[in-house]
Design a binder for this molecule. Structure first.
Ligand code: PLP
Length: 419
């Protein structure tokens, strides 16, 4: 017994005299005291350089006054409501997106679905862009429709079409900063004005750009949703999301989140915060690489079309420049002839770019929307929004650009040329 007490005293001294552990009650037994060892670590006690991971279901409260204080001050009580790592993520997201408040979610889809559901009721109408991430489209058609919320899909780059389809019961206008997978760019300011003059809120998915490149809230969006799984985290090792905006709007989503249990867990929040510390560096390099790759691929005789707003002949070039400045995003798509044998050969020959059902990571990856994000649509439905059987979506990484260009040129030559 005496041996263990000496050990604890040594540990206290090792930390420069700062109390790392609660002083042990000598009247209690070892088996009781050992339950407390190290358990009194607080954010403020050891001044760690990096935020520790707070894997805890609940936080002990001192008394009812302390409990009330925690309720009043958004303190920590129960993980589903709040956790230090999620709070760190929330504070980071408020800064990154320039919002008053945020919620940290278990995925991008959790952020999207809870933001929409929290702000709709039976009888409401939503006006949505028609080229969105496929599973977001399904939230409208498979979930909300069941509860009597109707959605009209239009091309948000056609402002007249948007205005024509607004109804008296339209409560949300929904779009993505850069649409998936055709890389279209809607005019955020104009759409926000249309929404507000009809008493609707404007929700923007900023996954492809992130707050490091554009803050839709500054263009008038009311809520910005992000899949942090992608560019924000950037390391392809987590699934996480967030919604950011005015406090009163986020409060409604938070209340729904607590009931649905769609919060980000401590480790995912920690990983996301860790990844986000370097997001600006990574994303800007990804944008530069994407612009250079798009320019090179546009010259290829084997590619029918390259979609990237950095290209001067791209229909969204000027608007993208106005909204994003010189960084046009790390996503592009290419249209190859609809010949699956050759597409497969092209994919197999690429050495640096890998097929991955994600995007935004530090390595270049690509996906085939027909068999991933838009696989639930019929070919005719896909063609109606411009997705052919030859479309490949490319997420550009931070590789050396010469290596990357050579990889693509070689694979194109092997699949389509005489190599
Ligand atoms: N929004 C966009 C634009 C996406 O591309 C994705 C996923 O690829 C999501 C949302 C969904 O994100 P998550 O997979 O984190 O739920």
């Amino acid at each position: 017994m005496a041996y263990f007490n000496i050990r604890f005293i040594i540990l206290i001294l090792l930390h420069g005299g700062r109390i790392m552990f609660k002083e042990f009650d000598e009247t209690l037994s070892f088996e009781t005291n050992i339950l407390e060892a190290g358990a009194y670590f607080r954010l403020s006690t050891s001044n760690p350089e990096a935020l520790p991971i707070h894997l805890t279901t609940a936080h002990n409260v001192e008394d009812l006054e302390d409990l009330q204080k925690r309720y009043d001050e958004k303190g920590f009580c129960y993980n589903r409501n709040r956790n230090p790592n999620r709070t760190a993520l929330i504070e980071l997201m408020n800064y990154v997106e320039g919002g008053e408040d945020s919620i940290g979610c278990s995925s991008g889809m959790a952020a999207i679905s809870s933001s929409i559901i929290a702000h709709t009721k039976t009888g409401d109408h939503i006006l949505s862009d028609k080229t969105l991430y496929g599973e977001t489209l399904e939230i409208f058609t498979k979930i909300l429709q069941k509860y009597g919320v109707e959605t009209t899909f239009v091309d948000f780059t056609n402002i007249e079409e948007v205005k024509k389809n607004i109804k008296s019961n339209t409560v949300i206008l929904y779009t993505e900063t850069v649409s998936n997978p055709l890389i279209g760019v809607p005019n955020l300011k104009v759409l926000a004005n249309i929404a507000h003059s009809n008493n609707a809120i404007f929700i923007v998915d900023n996954t492809f750009m992130t707050g490091a490149l554009v803050q839709p809230l500054k263009f008038g969006a009311d809520i910005v949703v992000n899949s942090l799984t992608k560019f924000a985290n950037g390391h392809s090792d987590v699934v996480c999301g967030a919604a950011t905006g005015k406090s009163e709007l986020i409060k409604k989503i938070y209340e729904l989140q607590v009931l649905l249990g769609t919060q980000s867990d401590p480790f995912s929040s920690w990983l996301t915060v860790r990844g986000m510390r370097t997001m600006e560096l990574r994303i800007k390099k990804q944008c530069e690489n994407a612009s250079a790759l798009a320019l090179e691929l546009e010259k290829s005789p084997y590619i029918l079309k390259v979609n990237h707003p950095s290209l001067v002949n791209n229909p969204y070039h000027n608007l993208a420049h106005e909204q994003f400045g010189d960084y046009y995003g790390g996503m592009l798509s290419i249209e190859l002839p609809e010949d699956l044998k050759k597409i497969n050969k092209f994919m197999r020959t690429l050495k640096l770019a890998h097929y991955a059902m994600t995007l935004g990571g530090y390595r270049t990856s690509f996906a085939y929307p027909v068999m991933s994000s838009h696989s639930d649509m019929t070919r005719d439905e896909r063609l109606a929004i411009g997705i052919t059987d030859g479309l490949l979506r490319i997420s550009v990484g931070i590789e050396n650009i010469k290596d990357l260009i050579n990889d693509f040129k070689n694979a194109l030559e092997v699949a389509y040329g005489n190599k």
